[in-house]
Every structure is written in structure tokens, then in C-alpha cells.
Design a protein around this ligand. Structure first.
Ligand code: ARG
Length: 386
């Protein structure tokens, strides 16, 4: 187990708003939406004065919505950006206590899950200011499965979360000890020390995996949660940091069927699935890994569809991304993209996104991942701080 790291000293980024970025952002906003109640010529000096007097400024509700949507549009690792304009933005800047935040996170899951008709949602909590430290959650996603370390070194559950599971146990979590235990939230506010909250189980939609033509596949007892909701990325809009701004889309099948259940440092299931399918694993040249992988991905898509839970396959999603590129180009914008993240982890070359290069320049606003947030998510956080 890694030794707990020393507490991060101070903040990883200044709490003062950056005027140049503020100006750049507001110009972008008014450029794309020229019909504003307060014109650019009035909004800019307003912000300037506010920054001069307080060190920061407050986004209008419209600016927040636009900023969050464009941060998604600029997320170069995301293949699903065709729908960036439809992002639901929940303005949660007023929530300050852990209890308030807990309630808002529950509401986020409710609106996002929507009975299986998953909707892209972001909840934006209070920003960093010179006056106060913004709230955070230590979890890297709102829904993740615990990884329980056994005495024999085997990890039951998701090994990626073994350290985080140790952390929440030390904070008092009574871990059930199964392979699919949803981790509790650690909510960290200015007011108090980090507090644990169980995620209400009626808010966690899960899909049990079955296979369209192998009835005994269900015996493997596999499942995954319906909503991927990233909660450790800092949203930065116009020079203002929002460290807690959890957002979600719907899954692309390969994220589950080619990574979460498959990576050797995750559930590592290919050998088990191959055995279940009766594949010849005596040599790599039988391509038993590839065959097991395809059947697992068939099972993921089939099961989500059958359960009425929105999911997309990598062929369709790749085509949508190409549509997105064309649409953006027509608007006169370039689409920043990272090839190694955009190309799906199976059958890459059979999808159109494989056969080209992308513009890699970073654009603002955007989402960022900080070292201290990464450390918290891994459970490397100091305990009992504050
Ligand atoms: N790959 C991550 C996971 O498996 C989720 C990343 C975001 N994915 C998405 N479809 N919005 O949980």
C-alpha cells in the first residue's frame, strides 16, 4: 500500500480570477450569442470592476450554462460531443454544507439516470474565491465499485479503487465486502471535515449482463452501473475555477466491455470469460482474448438495450463524432481531439475516427484534472484534515 502523501500545501491554482481569460470567455459568449440583455461593452467593464474590487467575479446564469457546454465541446478526449448543446446545467453555486451538496448530488443522479433514458447533466457547485475554498468530493466518479483487499492479496471488486476503499473504511465506512459495492461519497467542504454519505441505492441504476445467445452467460454474475459521472475534474470558465462540477453522459459499450471489466488492473475478466465460452487458451494465436472480448461487448450492448438503459456502440458513436467534426467546421470552429482517446479500444480500424489526424490545441473553457484531486481519488489523502 502506498504511504499516505503529505497534505497538499495551499492551492494548486490561485483563487483570483484571471482577467484576460474572463475577457476572452465573455467575447466568445457574445460572439456566439450576440443578443444579450447586457451588451459586451457593458459586461466587460462590469467584470473588470468586480475583479478589481473583490479579486473575482460572478458568472451570470447564462454564462455558466454556455461555459459548461463549451467546456464539454472542448474536451479533446471525448468522442460523444455531438450533443454538447443539450447539456443540462444545474446551477448549484448556493449549496455549501455537506448535507446540501449530498442532496444536490442525489438530484443529479436522478435527473441524469431518468429511468434509463440517460441525460447529459452537469452540476456546478461554488467556485474558488479569494474568500473561500470551494467544496470538493474525493470520489473520482459519483458511482464506482469498491475494491476489497483480502489477506491473500486478492482484491474483490474493482482493484482501481482498493486504495480509495481503504480510505473510506478508515473514515468509518462499513464495507459489505462484495464485488459490486457502490462506494460512498466523501464530501469535503470549508465548514467541516470530510463527511461520508452512502449513495442511496434507489439512485444507482445497474444492468446485469446477459448474452443474446448464451443463456448461461448470466451465471457469471456480471453487472455495471448505468451512469458514468466524473466528479474530480475542475471546470474552468473565464478564469474562474469550479473544482466540484460533476458531469455525466451515457456509456459507450467499450468503456465497460473493453476496459472496466477487462483491463488487467481492473476486473480482468478475459480469462474467466474465455473459460466460460470454452475457448482454446493454449496459445495467443487462437485469438481467445479477442473472441472473449467481442462476446463480452455483445453482452454489454445487449443487456443495456434489453434493460432500456441508453448506451451507444463504438461504430455509431464514431460516426456521430465525424458528424460533429463536420458541423463544427461549418460553424468555423476547429475540434480539438486526442486520437489515442477518441479511437475505440476495440476494432479501431473499422471505425472512421481511426483514419485521420486531429487538431490537438487546447481550447478554453475546459475541464482539468489536478494532481491533488487524483491523489484524493486514489485514497492518498491525509486523514482528519481540517
Ligand atoms: N470511461 C469511464 C468509465 O468507464 C467514463 C468516462 C466518461 N464516459 C462517458 N461515456 N461519458 O466509467
Amino acid at each position: 500500500m502506498p504511504a499516505p502523501r503529505p497534505a497538499p500545501v495551499g492551492q494548486s491554482h490561485p483563487a483570483e480570477a484571471d482577467w484576460d481569460e474572463a475577457e476572452e470567455f465573455v467575447r466568445l459568449h457574445h460572439g456566439e450569442y450576440p443578443d444579450q440583455a447586457v451588451p459586451l461593452t457593458a459586461r466587460l467593464p462590469q467584470i473588470r470592476t468586480e475583479i478589481d474590487e473583490t479579486g473575482t467575479y460572478t458568472h451570470t446564469a447564462d454564462e455558466l450554462v454556455f461555459g459548461a457546454r463549451v467546456a464539454w465541446r472542448n474536451s479533446s478526449r471525448c468522442i460523444g460531443r455531438l450533443y454538447w448543446k443539450s447539456l443540462r446545467v444545474l446551477d448549484r453555486r448556493e449549496a455549501t454544507t455537506a448535507e446540501d451538496i449530498h442532496q444536490r448530488l442525489c438530484e443529479h443522479l436522478r435527473q441524469a439516470t431518468n429511468g434509463g433514458r440517460i441525460r447529459p447533466v452537469i452540476s456546478v457547485f461554488a467556485p474558488e474565491t479569494p474568500e473561500s475554498r470551494a467544496p470538493r468530493v474525493w470520489n473520482d466518479q459519483l458511482i464506482r465499485y469498491a475494491g476489497h483487499r483480502q489477506d491473500n492479496g486478492v482484491i474483490v471488486g474493482d482493484p482501481l479503487y482498493a486504495d480509495f476503499t481503504d480510505t473510506v473504511r478508515r473514515l468509518g465506512w462499513q464495507a459489505p465486502g462484495g464485488a459490486w459495492d457502490v462506494l460512498p461519497w466523501v464530501i469535503d467542504t470549508d465548514e467541516d471535515k470530510p463527511q461520508l454519505f452512502d449513495v442511496p441505492s434507489d439512485l444507482v441504476l445497474e444492468v446485469h449482463l446477459t448474452h443474446p445467445d448464451r443463456p448461461d452467460f448470466a451465471d457469471l454474475g456480471l453487472r455495471w452501473h448505468a451512469v458514468p459521472a466524473i466528479s474530480n475534474m475542475r471546470l474552468r470558465i473565464g478564469g474562474i475555477n469550479y473544482p466540484l462540477a460533476p458531469f455525466n453522459g451515457w456509456y459507450m459499450g467499450t468503456e465497460i466491455g473493453a476496459r472496466n471489466l477487462v483491463d488487467s488492473d481492473r476486473y480482468d475478466l478475459l480469462p474467466i470469460i474465455a473459460a466460460h465460452l470454452g475457448l482454446d487458451t493454449s496459445s495467443e494465436t487462437t485469438l481467445w482474448r479477442d473472441r472473449a472480448l467481442v462476446e463480452l461487448n455483445v453482452a454489454v450492448l445487449h443487456s443495456f438495450n434489453r434493460a432500456g438503459v441508453k448506451i451507444s456502440d463504438h461504430h455509431t458513436e464514431s460516426r456521430h463524432f465525424i458528424t460533429h467534426l463536420a458541423k463544427e467546421e461549418k460553424e468555423g470552429r476547429t475540434v480539438p481531439a486526442d486520437w489515442s482517446w477518441i479511437v475505440p479500444p476495440v476494432s479501431g480500424g473499422t471505425t472512421p475516427v481511426f483514419h485521420r489526424y486531429y487538431d490537438e490545441t487546447d481550447q478554453r473553457p475546459n475541464f482539468y484534472i489536478d494532481e491533488d484531486a487524483k491523489a484524493r481519488g486514489k485514497g492518498e489523502c491525509p486523514f482528519g484534515h481540517g
